[in-house]
Write a protein of this length. Structure first.
Ligand SMILES: Nc1ncnc2c1ncn2[C@@H]1O[C@H](COP(=O)(O)OP(=O)(O)OP(=O)(O)O)[C@@H](O)[C@H]1O
Length: 326
């Protein structure tokens, strides 16, 4: 489907904030997703992906901020049949066959796709006559997928859609999703996997500790994840001086150990050795996504009231940090 110029974005979140008791799960998220975009919400456990998705779907009321879906409130958009969702939790209904679950979902939408077509497209047809409660985890996910698609919604919101799905099932899933994206639908999905986000999304929004810590095309986010770090024992040198070394983007100190995050680890290592002969126990590590998450989260240690006390800090108490980039 095509959208006229000036049409409202698929999703607009402004200042979205949500806490559960003392845990600030989402802290002022601003996010605009153009109609027709495919966006991955990527982040580690507890980053706030599901909380953001639940707010987008009107399943939970934010403490502050607004949610707009195609210029309407979430509940208006859902009532108008504009949204299809695939959530992590939720049991299949009892006493219904798989086909009936999908038929029931179709009945909620003004212009659903033919049920049989969707059953075949999603690979659900082969077990459509089974009881919906008697399925494997992966099959159950596929039924949720069929239910999300059958209403032919303009916005698809998928929370970790391939969790529990085997490799073949994942490939089929993403093949169908590519087709849906080609039809101009807006797609938002949450995932832990950079590879999945990279393969499928136009844009990756990286969440950590309830905030957006990076937002851009997959290539940009991959570059962040590719950051290498140098560890060394080097007492009595200020982190600010280490951050100034060529190839270094940030430096942290933990006791006598310094950790340098590097855009160019080779150049940084040479500069470190020539500038600080006392540096020893050198170690160069390839950047993992987890490290990138942690690095990007470091500058979120602002001690704002309500910071989730239950969430452990990635930086040891008393650690000194300088020049952390985001
Ligand atoms: N119903 C709830 N009650 C209390 N705390 C909650 C609840 N739901 C989420 N949280 C907390 O809010 C924070 C964000 O959780 P959320 O589920 O949004 O993260 P996520 O990025 O989806 O994580 P995951 O990848 O593990 O699903 C976490 O600290 C989590 O423990």
């Amino acid at each position: 489907m095509s959208f006229p110029d000036g049409a409202p974005p698929g999703v607009r979140l402004v200042g979205l904030t949500k806490s559960y008791g003392r845990v600030l799960a989402v802290r002022g998220i601003d996010l605009t997703i153009g109609a027709g975009q495919t966006v991955a919400l990527l982040g580690p456990n507890g980053a706030g992906k599901s909380t953001t998705i639940d707010a987008m779907l009107g399943l939970s009321r934010p403490d502050a901020g607004t949610v707009e879906i195609f210029g309407r409130t979430a509940s208006e958009a859902i009532r108008a049949g504009l949204v299809g969702a695939m959530l992590q939790s939720g049991q299949q209904p009892e006493y219904l066959r798989v086909r009936e679950v999908v038929e029931l979902t179709a009945s909620y939408y003004p212009r659903p796709r033919p049920v049989q077509e969707v059953l075949e497209l999603t690979g659900v047809a082969e077990f459509a006559d089974r009881w919906a409660t008697r399925l494997s985890g992966g099959q159950s996910q596929l039924v949720r997928f069929a239910a999300a698609l059958v209403g032919d919604p303009d916005l698809l919101v998928l929370d970790e859609p391939t969790a529990a799905v085997d490799v073949a099932g994942r490939n089929d899933f993403w093949r169908v999703m590519r087709e849906v994206a080609r039809q101009g639908k807006t797609i938002v999905f949450a995932t832990h996997y950079l590879e999945e986000a990279d393969a499928f999304a136009d844009r990756i929004v990286l969440l950590a500790r309830g905030r957006i810590v990076a937002d851009g095309p997959a290539t940009e986010i991959k570059a962040l994840a590719g950051t290498r770090t140098i560890r060394a024992t080097l007492p009595e040198v200020e982190t600010g001086r280490l951050t100034a070394l060529p190839g270094v983007t940030s430096a942290q100190r933990h006791g006598e150990t310094v950790i340098l995050s590097c855009a160019d680890a080779d150049t940084a290592l040479r500069a470190l050795l020539s500038g600080y002969a006392a540096a020893r126990d050198l170690e160069v590590r390839g950047g993992s996504l987890e490290e990138a998450f942690l690095e990007l989260t470091d500058d979120q240690q602002d001690g704002a009231p309500g910071d989730p006390a239950e969430v452990p800090s990635p930086v040891a108490d008393g650690a000194e940090t300088a020049g952390v980039n985001s």
